[in-house]
Design a protein around this ligand. Structure first.
Ligand SMILES: [Ca+2]
Length: 115
């Protein structure tokens, strides 16, 4: 599956990690989540995704939005919470999936360097 949100994740993420460090990078992901979420629900829904993508100037087709929600929705409520969004972003980035340094434990508040 090919998801394109107007940026090249493969190039974009590694340089972000390099610049921001792991924690800064997670912070950026959370910031991205807040940009796309429905402020009343605290979740990314199809409607909030569609509206906020167009506000951000990203041209994403409806079926791509549906695809993204379906891909990312782990608990089946039809929307993405912050954790689901971060996990989806990781899965969209081959670099992060293949990179041993940055792992999901960072997202869960565990410092991988201390392990
Ligand atoms: Ca969900």
């Amino acid at each position: 599956m090919e998801l394109n949100f107007g940026m090249d994740f493969e190039d974009y993420f590694p340089s972000m990690v390099a610049h921001l460090g792991e924690e800064g990078f997670i912070g950026e992901l959370c910031y991205g989540f807040r940009l796309l979420m429905d402020v009343n629900k605290g979740l990314i829904t199809f409607e909030s995704l569609k509206m906020n993508c167009s506000m951000l100037g990203l041209e994403v087709r409806d079926d791509e939005l549906v695809c993204m929600l379906k891909e990312g929705d782990l608990d089946g409520d039809g929307a993405l919470n912050q954790m689901e969004f971060c996990i989806l972003m990781f899965r969209l980035s081959p670099y992060l999936m293949n990179g041993p340094k940055l792992c999901m434990s960072t997202l869960q508040g565990v410092d991988p360097k201390a392990m």
